[in-house]
Design a protein around this ligand. Structure first.
Ligand SMILES: *Cc1c(COP(=O)(O)O)cnc(C)c1O
Length: 420
């Protein structure tokens, strides 16, 4: 059917057919998760009594913005958390993580990264390496110490080391998704074991999980296995491709309160912050998020399978349990990598006529190439593919608002890269 609209060569169509058949049982598992999470979502909306008046935003200080406060409540409910801040005022996932870290940590405290080095953009926030003396007000400049338990050679948490280091730490940081590292996302069992290890060694430790890309990939969130706080971005899974911006912090009420006073001003907290015209999209996006995440998961599984059939190494393996929406593919050459990104761009709903090229980006050592034909700038719940241009030329593919279109996008990328 795709060939009715796009010119795909017969050999590739044959592989596509095979991949679709192999993926069938995997898709069934995804549908079951989607259905569970969607009904859980509906239940949260009804239980919280969302009304049409909540969809209208406020201006100015945003006092008595009942739509904003109701959204916090719905978000907390669906995440199985006591409390939440689900807001357009977070400008990215990194910003939400920053607010959480500065909300929780004080001078002399220690942050323990229990799953190895955190996501790249947090280095400047923590004050690692060169960023320590920048004068931008990192945690290090505020006298907050940093400690790390690197992952083992197998890419697993080092439980012994975590137990050793936890007693000296105030906050334990866990990253669920792989980021740009070469491991799979951690499942909830593993996260639970890290949390139990840290809390057994130090009952007072606060555990915060970077939940970016993990939301709604399973039927539960890290809050259900003992995480005190979870943090993420609304231009990834929980915004459903509809929220135009924003992020969230959810978890224990007392901790969420601390973060609220850091998000706005100490002493002001969550009472302020107008929502302008964002609320309807935030509610709608959240409501759609379980379905959209499922579409992205199907795209990930399908792509992994297709590349496997072509003899390229893709992770996670298509039959593997998914805990984030990222697939990495070793394309083996710069030419194939660039062509893959260009083909995916050509199969995007926005800016399909643009040809992405590698370029130097601040904060990266190698040139980077990026396919991102998205409705929301930088959104990675929409089909996107990016990569640092270096051996083994690994492409990171993520997102897909709906599988039918994303499958076509992947096929166009693969054709340009390997069947041209
Ligand atoms: C995306 C992401 C972040 C935050 O990134 P932003 O681009 O600032 O939204 C943090 N951690 C992980 C693991 C991520 O995937």
């Amino acid at each position: 059917m795709i060939e009715t609209f796009f010119d795909i060569c017969p050999e590739l169509l044959e592989l596509d057919k095979k991949a679709m058949e192999l993926c069938k049982p995997e898709f069934e598992k995804i549908h079951a998760i989607q259905e569970y999470n969607q009904v859980k979502m509906l239940k949260a909306f009804t239980e919280c009594g969302v009304s049409s008046t909540h969809l209208v935003g406020s201006t100015g200080y945003g006092y008595d913005d009942s739509g904003r406060d109701k959204l916090d409540q719905v978000f907390a409910t669906v995440m199985g958390a006591e409390d939440a801040l689900c807001r357009s005022h977070f400008l990215s996932g990194t910003h939400a993580l920053t607010v959480a870290l500065f909300g929780l940590l004080r001078m002399g405290d220690t942050l323990l990264a229990a799953t190895g080095r955190p996501y790249d953009t947090l280095e400047g926030v923590i004050g690692l390496g060169d960023t320590k003396e920048q004068g931008y007000g990192s945690l290090a400049e505020y006298g907050v110490n940093y400690d790390e338990a690197p992952l083992t050679e197998e890419g697993q948490p080092d439980y012994e080391l975590i137990a050793q280091k936890a007693p000296h730490a105030t906050v334990c940081h866990i990253q669920r998704s792989r980021g740009y590292s070469n491991r799979s996302a951690f499942d909830l069992k593993t996260i639970e074991k890290v949390i139990q290890t840290a809390k057994t060694a130090n009952p007072n430790i606060v555990v915060m999980v970077d939940n970016c890309y993990g939301e709604f990939t399973q039927i539960a969130e890290p809050t259900s296995v003992g995480a005190d706080l979870i943090v993420g971005s609304l231009i990834k899974n929980p915004g459903g491709g509809i929220a135009p911006t924003g992020g969230y912090i959810a978890g224990k009420h007392s901790l969420v309160e601390k973060c609220a006073h850091r998000l706005t001003c100490p002493g002001t907290g969550r009472e302020l912050g107008c929502t302008l015209d964002t609320l309807r999209q935030m509610y709608l996006g959240l409501y759609y998020a379980p379905g959209v995440t499922a579409e992205a998961l199907k795209t990930s599984i399908y792509a992994s399978c297709l590349f496997e059939l072509m003899g390229y190494h893709a992770t996670p393996f298509y039959k593997e349990d998914r805990n984030d929406i990222i697939t990495s593919i070793e394309t083996k050459s710069e030419k194939a990598l660039c062509a893959l990104c260009q083909g995916i761009q050509a199969g995007s709903p926005v800016d399909s006529f643009v040809t992405p090229e590698p370029y130097a980006m601040p904060g990266y050592t190698d040139q980077v190439i990026m396919a991102a034909g998205a409705f929301t700038l930088g959104s990675s719940i929409e089909l996107s593919c990016d990569a640092p241009v270096r051996p083994p030329y690994t492409a990171y593919l993520q997102g897909g608002l709906n599988f039918a279109a994303s499958r076509a996008g992947v096929l166009l990328g693969v054709q340009k890269a390997f069947f041209a």
